[in-house]
Design a binder for this molecule. Sequence first.
Ligand code: ADP
Ligand code: MG
Length: 548
Amino acid sequence: MAEESRLGGQQVMVLPEGATRLLGRDAQHTNIAVGYAVASIIRTTLGPKGMDKLLVSDLGDVTITNDGATILDELNADHPVAKIMVEVAKTQDKEVGDGTTTSVILAGELLKNAGDLIDQGIHPTIVIKGYKMSAQKLQEILKTKTKKIDIKDRKTLERIAQISMASKNIGGEEEKSNIAKLVVDAVLQVIEETEEGYKIDKDDIKIEKKSGAPIGETQLIRGILVDKEFAHPGMPKKIENAKIALIDASLEIEKTETDARIEITSPEQMEAFLKQEEKMLKEMVEKIKASGANVVFCQKGIDDVAQHYLAKYGISAVRRVKKSDMEKLAKATGARIVTSLDDLTEKDLGFAGLVEERKIVGEQMVFVENCKNPKSVTLFVRGSTEHVADEAERSVVDAVGSITATLEEKGYVIGGGAIEIELAKELRKYAEQVGGKEQLAIQAFADALEIVPKTLAETAGMDPVDVLVQLRTKHQKDKGETFGINLYENKIDDMEKLGVIEPLKTVRTAIASASEAAEMILRIDDMISAKAKTPSPGGAPGGEGSEE
Ligand code: ADP
Ligand code: MG
């Protein structure tokens, strides 16, 4: 339906033929429904008792996961509001790594409660204002509920890593506890202390995944794993006390840029020409040899002749190494990447206790390990099948994110629903101070926070209303602050004692991104789609009244 408008009897057409439009309450209702629907999809995956999803992509690839961000990403949601919800998970994933499900179900609940308020005649702008005030106030309240962490407190760090993997189906407590240790080791290895606090570049922790071995064989490599093989079969496969050259130049004879032509008229000339080429390549290798290197990682190609000489001199070399791997190798081994062989000296070489080519499920990989105080490390994640390895990798990503977040903000909060109940309690107090209609919106925000304990209770088959009542009562009392849901014994319990703790940043970011997304969606009162409406089997909520 093309949009028409009249002004002074003049009829104008604003929208093109076939465009659809949704206005006012209709737009809000639809958007809230879509946002809530997206949240509902992943609700059942929350927490250690959450279920997994099996997803099949349009190419037929199967993914089995509990990871909110992964599920939403695979959905290929089409509706613009669904895309905003997916964005919430992605932001959380990027900023923290963990807490994606929480952020999305919180956004969904904020939308649902906003819908109820709008139905009661409260204008969306009031709701938005109340939500904004709540989000701001919550950041303040959170600070008062945060427990400080010391970098030397390994036990707590390991516990946080373990809890971040609680919901992932990757083996038992023992496996998770082992991976948690590796993750903490990895982060502590690459962490840097600056004036502004701890700095961790997650790129310094390479996560390399291979199926074909149990999760228990996941290991931390104090160095880098390069998914390549040595260029020549005659090169040593195992080099102890490796002196490593990183070369960003080709070990080949450069082809001329211009269309130069060499006329060769006799076999002697041909031979001389080839000899000359060989001599040049040999000289290149000799420069490497002179530096004292016994291992070479080359970002560009290595000519067959150069390979031959490298092997002859007992130098092992990998060619066409990814730029990102070169940079990681530099950080791990202390080598300097040289762009010209003429520059290569002993000072540029890096060190690794061991460089070895190993066969991992039929593929050669080069392990550069036992580096001296490496500033880049690798978590080599294993899993018996492809699906398990994939989920293990996602778990490790979450755990690295959690530890990073905890150390960056130097704090953690009590999980298992405890923090949300506590925040809701404080927010309700604040609502009373604020008064007016905004008060209702702030209360709605507080109610929305309780979706986390409510959902956790549901996943364990407990009565959610009953659990909420018990928790609220407990939190009013002295020393009740830390009570949440013991999902294994189906009762409310002290989460701090049980060690269910999570980074402050996970909760902080989830609240911020969920409320921003909800506000953004609520502010929309006009949806214009220039795309002609095509009947879709999925029945994605489109506009009203089509043309025909
Ligand atoms: P997210 O994608 O949001 O991280 P998860 O599926 O990892 O979702 O679930 C996180 C929630 O589960 C948090 O609220 C956390 O406190 C809770 N949780 C994790 N482990 C436990 C546990 N052992 N007991 C109770 N709650 C837990
Ligand atoms: Mg999690």
